[in-house]
Design a protein around this ligand. Structure first.
Ligand code: HEM
Length: 336
């Protein structure tokens, strides 16, 4: 894989945006900020009114049918047996709102389930199962290494190589990237929380988890309409046509960490042998373009969690929350 292909993937995965954030050291010093992250990501010519990462996407809506199997682990209403509606967004990574769907190395599914302080849950998931780096500082360093040299407008391969050579934690991500084969539909991808969270149970217990939305058994692997490689909106067109015929269904699968797993490090995959719980199914029944869509004004902040869930100490989570808010502030002001 060329340095530039690799760089594109890492850029996309990081969703590149901004972050920031008052540092993880707890010492009160601040090394990177949400403003600096978003500045770096949007570059000299921001796409006004659009998300500064995952700029291209469309809205979806449907319901989560909980089977109750997660209820012993979490008191959250969404995991009790029953139905919870959601509005979501499917997107591709990158900062260009008109980028060709089929060229993006990362695809995404974001959901806003339930409502209110107690029951609202937002999650934004990506196709890779891990991040390349595990701290906001390293992520900022990575973005800086990948940014074009202002003098030449080109990326500097030596600088990029030096960055990755000095960050061995990127290995698991690289291994995933090598084996990943994009599917022919957004309905047949597997989307990962990447960061870990805690489930808070009825007996006061706490369980670290990651989750994934995986295509349910019986999901047709073939696109419902032939993908036109020249259509920049090929994946969106296929998905819109698909849900007109039948809902896109995903199993929501939780992986339970062992006490030996580090829930605060999103660069390390947990062993395949960890137990999993299928909490229910996500049924996407509707899809519509983002302009005037219900998802347009949602900030899929990963720290919006219901009672019965909590954030881990993973510093990326705070960075994401701050960056999403900064991106949201900018795009909302521009839209107005
Ligand atoms: C420090 C690391 C990260 C930073 C700085 C970052 C930054 C951003 C920003 C600024 C946005 C646009 C938010 C908006 O305007 O609403 C965004 C969107 C998004 N990010 Fe991240 N991100 C990071 C890590 C991640 C990770 C680990 C995941 C996957 C688990 C992820 C998934 C997404 C998705 C799916 C969206 C689009 C959500 C939507 O449809 O609105 N990001 N990210």
């Amino acid at each position: 894989m060329s340095v530039f292909r690799y760089a594109a993937v890492v850029l996309a995965v990081g969703s590149l945006a901004g972050v920031i954030y008052a540092v993880a050291s707890g010492a009160g010093q601040s090394s990177v900020t949400a403003q600096r992250f978003v500045n770096l990501q949007e570059g000299a010519k921001p796409h006004e009114g659009f998300r500064r990462a995952h700029a291209k996407g469309f809205c979806v809506a449907g319901e989560f049918l909980s089977n109750g199997k997660l209820a012993p682990y979490s008191t959250a209403q969404v995991f009790q047996p029953g139905k919870t509606g959601f509005v979501g967004r499917m997107s591709i990574a990158g900062t260009n709102p008109t980028a060709p769907d089929l060229r993006s190395p990362v695809r995404s599914l974001a959901l806003n389930l339930g409502q209110g302080d107690a029951d609202g849950w937002r999650t934004a998931m990506n196709t890779p199962p891990v991040m390349a780096v595990g701290t906001p500082e390293a992520f900022y360093e990575q973005l800086s290494a990948l940014a074009p040299d202002p003098a030449t407008g080109q990326r500097n391969p030596q600088r990029i190589q030096a960055f990755f050579a000095s960050h061995p934690e990127t290995q698991a991500f690289l291994a995933w990237q090598k084996s990943y084969v994009p599917t022919q539909s957004l309905a047949t991808e597997r989307y990962h929380s990447i960061n870990a969270f805690y489930l808070l149970g009825p007996k006061g217990q706490r369980q670290a988890v990651r989750w994934a939305a995986a295509p349910a058994a019986g999901t047709p692997a073939q696109p419902v309409t032939a993908l036109n490689p020249d259509d920049p909106d090929a994946l969106q067109a296929e998905f819109l046509a698909r849900v007109k015929q039948t809902p896109a269904v995903f199993d929501l699968i939780f992986t339970l960490a062992d006490p030996t797993d580090n829930e605060n490090d999103p660069t390390v995959p947990w062993p395949e042998s960890r137990p999993t719980v299928v909490a229910g199914q996500l049924l996407i029944r509707e899809a519509q373009p983002e302009t005037n869509g219900q998802c347009k004004d949602i900030n899929f902040d990963p720290l919006v969690l219901p009672t019965g869930m909590a954030a881990t100490e993973d510093p990326i989570l705070r960075a994401r929350s701050a960056a999403y808010a900064e991106s949201y502030r900018r795009r909302a002001r521009e839209s107005l």
